[in-house]
Design a binder for this molecule. Sequence first.
Ligand SMILES: Nc1ncnc2c1ncn2[C@@H]1O[C@H](COP(=O)(O)OP(=O)(O)O)[C@@H](O)[C@H]1O
Ligand SMILES: [Mg+2]
Length: 288
Amino acid sequence: MLFDLKNVSHTYLRDTPFATQALRDLTLSIPADQTVALVGPTRSGKSTVVDLLSGLIKPALGTFFFQGDDVAAPAFAIERLRSTVGTVFQSPEAQIFEETVGKDVSFGPRRKNVPLAESRRLVQESLEAVGLPYEDFRTRYTYALSGGQKRRVAIAGVLALQPNVIIFDEPTAGLDPRGRRELLDLIARFKEQHHFTIIYVSSSLEDVITLADQIHILDQGHLVFSGTPREILARADELTKLDIALPETTQIALALRDLLPAIRTDVVTLDELEEEILKHSTQMKMGR
Ligand SMILES: Nc1ncnc2c1ncn2[C@@H]1O[C@H](COP(=O)(O)OP(=O)(O)O)[C@@H](O)[C@H]1O
Ligand SMILES: [Mg+2]
């Protein structure tokens, strides 16, 4: 197993009046070579899990295993975790601090003392991989980029570190519909072409329903349930009680429940939804 969280709890500002329990007895396994989504409403603890998986914090209670090794053990080298996992943190604009795109993306390789020619190649490949042509973008000022471009630059900066695992923490938040679509397409391509292990964090199921192999639903710092996209959507009723955005097709299926009580909610495409509606309305006409 790539990551194993066992009964992990985490409290910020412990022993102060501002103490907040972010994770409660969370047990979660993430295998390598899968696309795993962590979905939950705001403040459900998603970014705290991201900080754990990125090696930035250690669990106050419980155990975190990376590739079978206890991260809290004295012999564990945290660099092993950090060189495997690349994280695009929430609001990645904040991760950009160099003046030009080329400098920003080469920050990681330079810090790792990667030889110049190799670093240049990594920057070029990483920018091209996020759809920003190298020659055009390397000298551009980072402050003048659009929101979507900044996010791509931040992703390129993570790619230049050559991670095997990439974590995206709410990567589409705040983007317009087109920017969102483009970024989702980009991540889908990473999955198909580069075989990264991808961990995608979101407060919306819409983003992950066609992307994820496995989805974990978080609420108030604990795991509510896990399953494949279809298994998750089949439990749409329970999800509406949490503040999680459902895919449009599922919302329509749920809204039709009064009329067609037997309609399935695990409809992923519009075609499937149409089929369900036709099936159940025919049955209704036949008096069933
Ligand atoms: N650095 C921090 N200091 C204090 N409290 C925090 C900090 N980060 C997160 N929290 C609190 O922990 C809880 C979980 O937050 P977070 O992991 O950011 O959830 P999410 O990413 O799902 O919105 C929230 O109640 C939040 O206010
Ligand atoms: Mg968050």
